[in-house]
Design a protein around this ligand. Structure first.
Ligand SMILES: O=C(O)CCC(=O)C(=O)O
Length: 261
């Protein structure tokens, strides 16, 4: 992987532009003429009711189908396309290998995880004056099959191992691969969706880019062996996650789909 991914410079400009526009009010992407659809920009955590629930970050969440070559941001669009194409190939290969290890049908991902279902998220974590009290990104698991993540040299990503938070040391030569909730269910808990979070930095700005390898909404997640999860579609999973976040302020995720629930 390029040690200074093309995104770093090009998408910094995009966030700079958004920050200018968002200084005094919340604006939609349409209003500030950015090349992404309305709803693709997010700041913080809309459902937060206290500092502990707030994510001190902003992000562009971009479906692969919406990366279009548009005007001032054409260099960003083309680098995003290059990045996405490379990591999409990697995600497919990795998913196939993991499926083979399980003795499962390896073409499942080719058939169900079409580029139109996948998306990129470009994250920016501004320096945070209350860094001990606020997360850069709240602890969570990903709701997809696999996530491929590039983080810059600042650091801050942590994951749970043996019930402890450990830091993922930045390595410019490496990408980070996370198993998501769907792979955990599809593998009947052989592969685990890892909980992760981002801690804030008091003085330095941080950037990361994540590629989410997802199936179409109608894809049914089920295991051929007696499974601990009931079968469900990705649509149902997303809707349940959204409903829980709205009602409870946090995601419940896979436990909702356990047969013993
Ligand atoms: O910024 C990071 O290192 C993690 C990003 C992440 O977990 C996400 O976008 O869901």
């Amino acid at each position: 992987m390029d040690s200074d991914p093309p995104f770093r410079q090009t998408y910094k400009t995009l966030f700079d532009k958004t920050s200018e526009e968002t200084c005094n009010k919340v604006v939609t992407v349409e209003e500030c003429e950015l090349p992404f659809p309305a709803g693709s920009y997010r700041w913080g955590t809309p459902s937060a009711t206290c500092l502990k629930q707030l994510s001190w970050s902003e992000a562009f969440h971009i479906p692969m189908t919406d990366i279009s070559d548009s005007g001032a941001f054409s260099s960003l669009s083309s680098t995003m396309e290059q990045f996405a194409t490379t990591v999409a190939g990697l995600a497919k290969k990795l998913a196939g290998i993991l499926a083979e290890k399980l003795g499962q049908k390896t073409t499942f991902f080719e058939e169900n995880c079409l580029p139109s279902a996948c998306y990129l998220r470009m994250n920016r974590y501004p320096p945070c004056p209350f860094s001990l009290e606020v997360h850069g990104l709240m602890p969570h698991t990903d709701s997809d099959f696999l996530t491929i993540l590039h983080q810059d040299e600042v650091g801050g990503l942590q994951l749970v191992k043996d019930e402890k938070w450990i830091s993922v040391k930045p390595n410019p030569e490496a990408l980070i691969i996370n198993i998501g909730d769907l792979f955990q269910a599809w593998s009947n808990d052989v592969y685990k969706s890892v909980q992760h979070r981002v801690v804030t930095n008091p003085t330095m700005e941080r950037f990361s880019t994540a590629y989410f390898f997802c199936p179409s909404y109608d894809t049914v997640i089920q295991n051929s062996e007696p499974s601990i999860y009931r079968k469900f579609s990705f649509r149902e999973y997303r809707q349940q996650v959204q409903a829980d976040v709205q009602k409870l302020g946090h995601k419940v995720g896979l436990p909702r789909f356990l047969l013993s629930h």
